[in-house]
Design a protein around this ligand. Structure first.
Ligand SMILES: Cc1ncc(COP(=O)(O)O)c(C=O)c1O
Length: 364
């Protein structure tokens, strides 16, 4: 019989993910006013630290909302009212972004690949060359539903080469702080993530960066709204004056987490995620299952999707649960067939190995 983990179920979900006790303790501290000098300094410090996380010289900031709000804000701020957006769809979250753009009355088109596959930069380039021009290309860097990571750098290079007018909007919700991501070097215009994924904090805040090109574009677009008027929110938050009352304890926790991430070092953090993925997929292969994503280079460092190959996913999840862990039993049509293990955030190999041992049927 394996020992039970700790005092609460340990989350190996594709978000929300496990939060360290040190960070949970910060969340329980007595509140201060969000206009107090001490808190204003925290807000400004967090904005500076976020630039280091995105690897950008452009401004970055946070907002108190789920990531979906920034998917919508990206469209409202960066695609003109009569404009066109192209959506790279590799699963549910890419699809959601297209739906959001359509619901904002933008003209949308999808470039869709089968579940489990990533996009080919040459195919994207060909689509862009067919015209007419798009105002934005929206990419989900890490498709959480299927555990696919897109080849973001070559995709952006392909866009830049043939569609210089198109802004590059990227959902980095399950890649930021878990997979290599270079906002400036790769030429992104807008990228955003929620705190409940590789940042290993509770949900409630989003972080984002916006290029000068994107800020210039936004300045030409009317009806950007108030709270999520991105250039304005970016400026005011960087000045320490959030447009509305932020989730104060989460901002403290984010500041501490950004310190911890800087201490670990981004390359080390990315490598740790890759090691967790490799151990997870090796376990799957060793137990008669296989990675859902066939292309090795497209296998996500933060969430592994495992084709159960006919094995009982509910039984695997129950064994995990009995040992004090939580995993996901599959997204949408994959439920019960291909399950997901979110190995993102602050997880270490030793804890993952406990989960993998627990999931292993004793008769296997
Ligand atoms: C890739 C991706 N994009 C967007 C979202 C939406 O995030 P939220 O629930 O914070 O709005 C998720 C959530 O799982 C996600 O995985």
């Amino acid at each position: 019989m394996l020992p039970k983990m700790g005092d609460h179920p340990v989350l190996f979900l594709p978000g929300p993910t496990e939060v360290k006790a040190e960070l949970r303790a910060i969340l329980a501290q007595p509140l201060v006013g969000h206009r107090s000098a001490a808190f204003v300094a925290v807000v400004q410090d967090v904005c500076q630290r976020l630039r280091a996380l995105f690897l950008t010289a452009e401004p970055a900031a946070f907002e108190s909302c789920p990531a979906t709000a920034l998917m919508e804000a990206g469209i409202r701020n960066l695609v003109p009212a009569n404009g066109r957006s192209l959506h790279l769809v590799a699963g549910a979250f890419g699809e959601r972004w297209q739906q959001i753009a359509a619901s904002c009355d933008r003209s949308t088109e999808a470039l869709t690949v089968p579940l489990g596959q990533a996009h080919d930069p040459a195919a994207l380039q060909q689509r862009l060359l067919q015209g007419p021009a798009f105002d934005a290309v929206c990419i989900t860097h890490n498709e959480t539903a299927t555990g696919v990571i897109e080849p973001l750098q070559p995709l952006v290079a392909a866009i830049r080469a043939v569609a210089p007018h198109a802004l590059v909007l990227v959902d980095v919700v399950t890649s930021l702080a878990g997979a290599e991501l270079r906002f400036d070097d790769w030429g992104l215009d807008f990228a955003f993530a929620g705190t409940q994924k590789c940042l290993a904090l509770p949900p409630g805040l989003c972080v984002y960066a916006l290029s000068e090109r994107a800020r210039d574009r936004a300045a030409t677009i009317a009806g950007r709204g108030f709270l999520l008027d991105l250039p304005r929110a970016l400026q005011e938050t960087n000045d320490g004056k959030t447009l509305a009352t932020p989730c104060v304890p989460l901002v403290w926790a984010l500041q501490r987490q950004l310190e911890r991430i800087a201490a670990e070092g981004l390359p080390t953090r990315w490598a740790r995620h890759l090691a967790l993925r490799d151990a997870t997929l090796a376990w799957a292969l060793g137990h008669g299952m296989r990675p859902f994503v066939a292309d090795q280079t497209a296998r996500s460092p933060s969430v592994s999707c495992i084709d159960a190959n006919g094995q009982d996913v509910a039984a695997i999840a129950k064994r995990a649960s009995d040992a004090g862990f939580r995993i996901d039993q599959g997204y949408g049509t994959l439920k019960g067939k291909a399950f997901r293990i979110g190995h993102m955030g602050d997880h270490d190999l030793a804890t993952l190995q406990c989960l993998l041992a627990a999931m292993t049927a004793t008769s296997a």
